[in-house]
Write a protein that binds this ligand. Structure first.
Ligand code: GLN
Length: 539
């Protein structure tokens, strides 16, 4: 078997420089040259996974097919590469320590003092190599979260140093992403923070091979030379990452900067063909040259932090490009919607998406919004809690079940139309205990869902504890709400539709987690199309 090669990506100066996008862009270029690549994120926090984190803290929690609750960067990796990630692609300090402590309790280190070096660093290295050992990938890109110099990151940097020493520099590349700030008063770009950041990395024994410099202005030759000299790297290995119009421009920018060539040369791998990015470019063209526009309301309770809905927002970009339509998302805080103002709040919209969520904050606003769009034939798409709210609204306002609710919000409701799954009833621990990951779903012939997917058997990813209460199935069907997606093993309802409505679809799963540039999600596409049709009818 050929040797797996490793690319390490660290960040300096500040967080939020876009390491995830740079890693995903590099991976895309290598993939487009014919290499098999995956990306792994190492997160230096102590939570075992981000599943227990409030979206305000951490943005969306992304879920893989095999049910890992992960960092949202994994969403970028999948959207760029169009290849699923797995449990092994996201490792946290919590996971590392949990494993080492479990081993200690089992006596695996009997007699030895268990320490950060070597035990924690060994476990980090083992997790990095795990992906390589699957034999599925020629190149693994490992991105270390946080910023060099953080106390939490130290064991990760040390693990990288050791891996580079063990594998030799021909099989590894170290990329460091930094910021080159522009000082308006001086009218100058400043390289000092980059120099300091590299120094910090050097203190830990890691010499970067490539510097990716995030900047608002072009670097120019002199500055590149200066950075190269002071950071001890090759002149052509200073890569400019200037702000782009969209994140989907970054792979093409990195191609122009030759980031993929630099890595392959360093790894002694052939360049193979020039990257085939035809589909990508076509997507970008359509994204940037829309023929029409629609306004879609995103009703949720985390709208102050759009990262909480990252995958939904990106799915609209993919579906919008497919339909050559600019989707203007309007964020609407569900807590602000009442029966009195709902018409005003949703005025001018061509479609409404009610977002996933937990707990009862803002729930009544979501239900009001759904009542309004159902009664006014405005296209509606409900995801997870959004679908559950559609079921509750229908019970209250169509079936006459006063006070109907989800038992998540009201455990004593007379009509628990959304109820805890049997498998969830005895669970008390919070982390990793929801219905997580990919499940099969059978679609009803002739439904909107079946038309969208163009097939009758699908698989989608889940993250929830509650479900439609099958006790009420008949009442719903008799009153005009159909269950058009069912899990074949458990009989759980996965999709609800109102066939009489132009577009009223609620899904218990998270379709947004599977939308990619090359494979925009079919329900998002149909929803955008319904919004276009709605708008055209109005005009
Ligand atoms: N809170 C709901 C549940 O647990 C919905 C979850 C979600 O929207 N992801 O079932």
């Amino acid at each position: 078997m050929e040797k797996t090669k490793y690319i390490f990506v660290t960040g300096g100066v500040t967080s939020s420089l876009g390491k995830g996008i740079i890693s995903a862009s590099l991976a895309k270029l290598l993939q487009a040259r014919g290499y098999t690549v995956t990306i792994q994120k190492l997160d230096p926090y102590i939570n075992v996974d981000p599943g227990t984190l409030n979206p305000y803290e951490h943005g969306e929690c992304y879920v893989t097919n095999d049910g890992a609750e992960t960092d949202l960067d994994l969403g970028h990796y999948e959207r760029f590469l169009n290849v699923p990630t797995s449990q092994a692609n996201n490792v946290t300090t919590g996971k590392i320590y949990q494993h080492v402590i479990e081993q200690e309790r089992q006596g695996a280190f009997l007699g030895k003092t268990v320490q950060v070096i070597p035990h924690i660093t060994d476990e980090i290295k083992r997790r990095i190599k795990l992906l390589g050992e699957t034999g599925e990938f020629q190149i693994i890109i490992t991105e270390v979260g946080g910023t060099v110099g953080d106390i939490e990151s130290l064991p990760y940097i040390e693990a990288i140093r050791q891996m580079r020493w063990e594998l030799g520099t021909d099989d590894t590349v170290s990329i460091h992403l930094t910021l080159v700030p522009y000082l308006k008063a001086a009218g100058e770009l400043k390289t000092k923070p980059t120099q300091h950041s590299v120094k910090m990395l050097l203190e830990s024994g890691v010499q970067p091979d490539i510097l990716v410099c995030r900047t608002e202005h072009s670097l120019g030759d002199d500055l590149r030379k200066k950075i190269a000299l002071f950071c001890n790297i090759n002149r052509n290995a200073v890569v400019e990452s200037i702000d782009m119009e969209t994140i989907y421009d970054v792979p093409l920018k990195m191609l122009r900067e030759k980031l993929d060539r630099l890595c392959l040369t360093k790894l002694h791998l052939p360049l193979k063909n020039e990257p085939d990015l035809e589909i990508w470019k076509e997507f970008l063209f359509k994204h940037k040259n829309p023929k029409q526009e629609v306004r879609i309301g995103l009703v949720g309770k985390y709208v102050e932090l759009p990262d909480a809905y990252k995958s939904i927002i990106e799915s609209f970009i993919h579906a919008g490009a497919d339909r050559e339509t600019k989707v203007k998302l309007q964020y609407i805080h569900s807590e602000t919607i009442t029966a009195d103002n709902v018409a005003l709040k949703l005025d001018n919209l061509d479609g409404v998406l009610v977002a996933p969520g937990f707990g009862d904050r803002g729930i009544e606003g979501k239900i009001e919004a759904i009542k309004y769009v159902r009664e006014n034939n405005i296209p509606f798409f409900g995801i997870c809690l959004g679908m559950q709210c559609a079921v509750i609204e229908f019970a209250r306002n169509v079936l006459g079940m006063k006070g109907a609710h989800s038992s998540e919000m009201n455990s004593r409701t007379k009509y628990p139309v959304i109820d805890l799954m049997d498998s969830q009833k005895k669970i008390t621990k919070k982390g990793g205990t929801m219905r997580l990951g990919a499940y099969a779903c059978d679609l009803t012939k002739g439904s909107k869902a079946a038309a969208a997917y163009g097939k009758l058997h699908i698989s989608e990813r889940h993250r929830h504890r509650y479900e439609f209460n099958n006790k009420y199935t008949e009442e719903y069907i008799n009153a005009g709400m159909n269950f058009t997606g069912i899990n074949p093993e458990s009989g759980l309802v996965e999709i609800v539709e109102i066939p009489k409505h132009p577009f009223f679809v609620g899904v218990q799963f998270h379709p947004e987690l599977k939308s990619t540039v090359e494979n925009p999600h079919p329900i998002f596409i149909k929803f955008v199309k319904a919004a276009v049709d709605y708008r055209q009818k109005l005009n």
